[in-house]
Design a protein around this ligand. Structure first.
Ligand SMILES: Cc1ncc(COP(=O)(O)O)c(C=O)c1O
Length: 384
């Protein structure tokens, strides 16, 4: 039985795997997928999973099959989505050149272009052969993102066309509107963003579909699904459109832990436990947002009897996971579990300093199997 309410498998599994490793629980993922399926039914929308947040093929195939499809942002993700058999594939990226756009157009069902100049450049893509349905990403200049680095509506943002420009553009042939302005947000934030879409009336009038992007905390227990359903129903009623959501983090929210080992404890004014993973190499979003992971059996911040900064094993002085309070002193050689690390960590990992990315262990029915280990061969291929 789990020894912590946020842990879904027996924590002793962490003692049996190589470190560092991501443990990803397939059962917990199925639970999240069931929640998303209910939301899809209740809200009358389609739910795609954003591959950028989590793309481990063995589980991404399950995700793709259970949801309406996948959302991608590069040629490589498009090819992966096709390989995974996704029914609908939505594409969005800041910009495409002709070669990449033509490759993506051969795979995707929907492409949202990021600017009016990209629209002018690629509007012929659809041609007479059917091709993907083309949409335009808009910037409503209103967002609910708490971290500036994740705010697509911040001043000077390169993401999405603004209403004034859209009002004057030749939109003939566009069939969709895409908006992504949220980050770990509730349905009330979405309501505000959707209200701001009124500024894009000339585009909405001709749309067959609206993609409301990601950033929705859909699988969190306190997410207001009734309000989501209301907002989507209103959008469909006013504009007669098919509505898509493309969550990333919410799909694998709380599905994985990262198991690490304490390699050393240094005392330089503060006690620092150095672990065999790196923020910089293995989970840069922890640095960027910053997002402080929770650690099993510890509290975030100082204040407890035994306070440690958890330091990563790269050269960067800033490679620190945060400060945590424990009820007992840490020992070199013991293992720690960082909670909710499946999203944006596994996909953003690198070989910085030559450190191998954490291995990937899938836990299904309480039983772990090692799905991937990274070694010198992977490092050598990546550096050229
Ligand atoms: C356009 C777009 N769609 C979807 C997502 C997925 O967002 P999240 O993982 O926060 O749900 C992102 C994330 O950056 C995005 O940029």
């Amino acid at each position: 039985m789990p020894s912590d309410p946020r842990l879904f498998f027996d924590s002793s599994i962490a003692e049996t795997v190589d470190t560092p490793s991501h443990l990803v629980d397939a059962g917990r993922l199925r639970h999240n997928l069931a929640v998303l399926q209910n939301i899809r039914r209740q809200a009358g929308c389609r739910v795609l999973a954003s591959l950028k947040a989590f793309a481990f093929p063995e589980l991404a195939r399950l995700i793709s099959g259970e949801l309406d499809g996948l959302s991608i942002s590069s040629v490589n993700e498009a090819v992966l989505a096709e390989e995974l058999g996704a029914r609908a594939i939505h594409a969005h990226a800041p910009a495409w050149n002709r070669k990449s756009l033509s490759r993506v157009a051969g795979i995707c069902t929907h492409i949202s272009l990021n600017s009016l100049s990209q629209w002018e450049r690629h509007r012929a893509t659809k041609g007479s052969g059917g091709g993907p349905s083309l949409g335009l990403r808009v910037n409503p200049q209103r967002s609910a993102a708490t971290a500036e680095c994740y705010d697509p509506c911040r001043p000077g943002s390169r993401l999405g066309a603004r209403a004034a420009a859209v009002a004057e553009a030749d939109l003939d042939g566009l069939e969709g509107l895409h908006v992504h302005a949220l980050c770990e947000a509730g349905a009330d934030d979405l309501e505000r963003v959707v209200a701001a879409l009124d500024d894009f009336e000339p585009l909405l009038k001709r749309c067959r579909w609206v993609n409301l992007g990601g950033g929705h905390n859909l699988t969190h227990p306190d997410y207001r699904r009734d309000l989501l359903a209301e907002v989507i129903a209103g959008l469909r009623r006013r504009h007669d459109v098919e509505v898509f959501l493309e969550p990333g983090a919410a799909v694998v929210w709380d599905c994985g832990v990262m198991v690490v080992e304490v390699l050393d404890i240094v005392r330089n004014g503060v006690d620092v436990a150095i672990i065999d993973a790196s923020v910089v190499a293995h989970c840069p979003d922890v640095l960027e947002i910053p997002r402080r992971p929770a650690v099993l059996g510890a509290r975030r911040g100082a204040g407890g009897p035994f306070v440690y900064a958890l330091g990563g094993n790269s050269c960067m002085a800033s490679d620190v996971f945060g400060t945590f309070s424990f009820d007992r002193p840490l020992r070199v050689g013991e293992r720690l579990q960082l909670l909710d690390m499946a999203h944006y960590s596994m996909v953003r990992t690198s070989f910085f300093n030559g450190l191998a990315p954490p291995g990937i262990v899938i836990v299904d029915g309480g039983r772990p199997h090692s799905a991937r280990q990274f070694g010198y061969g992977d490092y050598r291929r990546m550096i050229g």
